[in-house]
Design a protein around this ligand. Structure first.
Ligand SMILES: Nc1ncnc2c1ncn2[C@@H]1O[C@H](COP(=O)(O)OP(=O)(O)OP(=O)(O)O)[C@@H](O)[C@H]1O
Ligand SMILES: [Mg+2]
Length: 234
């Protein structure tokens, strides 16, 4: 059996300085296999977004180990982690995070080009077509609906063929029907590519679509949550 794509062991992280410092993650251990879809749920402030940042190598942990796709991120330099992230982890945010003065095509192609990919624009065009936006490539974000902007963000995240796609409340800014279409797209892509999807959501319907739910509370993973894949691999 292949090694899990995500292996977090006893991860702790404090953010902020002095009086405003917060012990955000308190001994998080989490394992995920290729192709699993994981829904992270829990109250506001419980550390869900911070956990995603750790998975993406955007936050360095104070203690514990972070191993992604077999690579221990703890002792890598920031540049190494950034390069690793570019190849292995795609990220989608609630508020899309598109660059306003770039077209849909440029939003997808420019990061690919910066990562040194040949034919970045052709690849970007294929990714946009694959999310149903073939006829929107020359539009700027302000000329796109919220759902279309999120599709561009998903195409951008998928373009480097990441092993993990991380999504922080990907449907949080969308109406119910558009949100469902975006969720359909995320799950379809995860299945097509045997990509691991880790999403944070406050929407129980979306969480229920995941193969496993992880519930967080006050910086810890709550015990006793249904986790079929964990039980299967234990
Ligand atoms: N840079 C920081 N400095 C100090 N505290 C921080 C910092 N970033 C986050 N926190 C605190 O860490 C806790 C967890 O934040 P996080 O954003 O991970 O929560 P969340 O579960 O994603 O919440 P929400 O559902 O509201 O998005 C919060 O109490 C927050 O105030
Ligand atoms: Mg959050």
């Amino acid at each position: 059996m292949t090694e899990p794509v995500i292996q977090l062991d006893q991860v702790s992280l404090t953010l902020g300085q002095g009086a405003s410092s917060v012990h955000v993650l308190k001994g998080i251990s989490l394992t995920a296999e290729y192709g699993e879809t994981i829904g992270i749920v829990g109250p506001s402030g419980s550390g869900k977004s911070t956990l995603l940042m750790v998975l993406a190598g955007l936050e360095r942990v104070d203690s514990g180990t972070v191993r992604i796709a077999g690579n221990l991120l703890n002792d890598r330099s920031e540049d190494e982690v950034a390069a690793f992230r570019g190849r292995n982890v795609g990220i989608v945010f609630q508020s899309f995070h598109l660059i306003p003065n770039m077209t849909a095509l440029e939003n997808v192609a420019v990061p690919l080009e910066l990562a040194g990919k040949a034919d970045a624009f052709a690849a970007a065009e294929r990714e946009l077509a694959a999310v149903g936006l073939a006829d929107r490539v020359t539009h700027y974000p302000s000329e796109l609906s919220g759902g279309e902007q999120q599709r561009v963000a998903i195409a951008r995240a998928l373009a480097p063929s990441p092993k993990i796609l991380i999504a922080d409340e990907p449907t949080g800014n969308l109406d119910q029907s558009t949100g469902r279409q975006i969720a359909d797209l995320l799950f379809a892509k995860a299945r097509e590519r045997t990509m691991t999807l880790v999403l944070v959501t406050h929407d129980p319907t979306l969480a229920d679509r995941c193969s496993r739910q992880v519930a967080m509370r006050s910086g810890r993973i709550e015990a006793g949550v249904s986790s079929p894949s964990l039980a299967a691999s234990a």
